[in-house]
Design a protein around this ligand. Sequence first.
Ligand SMILES: Nc1ncnc2c1ncn2[C@@H]1O[C@H](COP(=O)(O)OP(=O)(O)O)[C@@H](O)[C@H]1O
Ligand SMILES: [Mg+2]
Length: 309
Amino acid sequence: MSEISILDAEKGIIKNSKTIVDDKQFNDNPLFEDYQKLAVHYEKLFHQFERMIKISDRQQQQLLNTKDYILNYNEELKQLNATKDKFFSIIAHDLRSPINSFLNISNLLVNHIEKFTKAELVDMAGDVKKAGDNLFKLLENLLFWARIQMKRVEFKPEIYSLDTIVYYNISLLQLNADQKEIKITSNISEDIKVFADPDMLNTILRNLISNAIKFSNKGGNIAISHSESENYNKILVEDNGVGISLEDQEKLFRIDVNTTQPGTDNEMGTGLGLVLCKEMIEKHQGLIEVDSSPGAGTIFTFSLMKKPL
Ligand SMILES: Nc1ncnc2c1ncn2[C@@H]1O[C@H](COP(=O)(O)OP(=O)(O)O)[C@@H](O)[C@H]1O
Ligand SMILES: [Mg+2]
């Protein structure tokens, strides 16, 4: 409000107050009008001050919001940077060693093939196949992960019967389990439904079950079960294998540290499986948790919505 309008308002209020205050005792006091003016003036000033405080509160809140935004943004940038570092470290290290195997073996074959016995050649062919399989698995994981990062993975959740999907994935991995004489059981009943993207749910289950097989000893047991809360169904994949130390548990889902270890049959991995699982479960607004004790076994639990909220 400009000074002139404050003065105008002041005059108006004084005029009104003259008609309201009809007390001779005060009106006769020669200072009455001055006091009254002063009081009105202070009141105006007070309101103005109040408005200014309100504006500065608002500005302070805006500043706090901006600070929050910048902190979040910073966190996101850190994450992106870690993602980029991980990407390069995988390309630099993990892709290098299987490609090196390829090159070494193919060099030997090109230069000295006549020196090898048939049995040795069969061995080498086996090594080439192993290196190729690993390379392909790593590349597939890496590309899938990159596609998720770029938000190029379609997310089409629908309501599915959980046990059908669980049994389907067990059947895909049955051969691997049989080789280590590992028994897989599921006690999920037919009426349990989840709201999930089927491709992602398959990938999550395959990752968790194949980890359970990989880190179980010969003759081990894997149990898949379920529990529920109001809106979520929880799926538990439990093994009685080698377990994970507390220190490693904290690193499992992080992209910026590599936690891969060879399985009980020396199966090699990429260290990307659980990172991918976490990304996909979070896309479903679910959570993944681990509970493990070294030597006793591991339980991975993840939650999926029963239906869209
Ligand atoms: N069920 C499990 N039991 C014991 N260790 C596990 C289990 N699942 C995962 N881990 C540990 O976590 C690491 C990371 O797992 P993951 O992200 O699937 O990568 P990868 O299987 O390719 O190594 C594994 O190498 C292993 O050390
Ligand atoms: Mg894995």
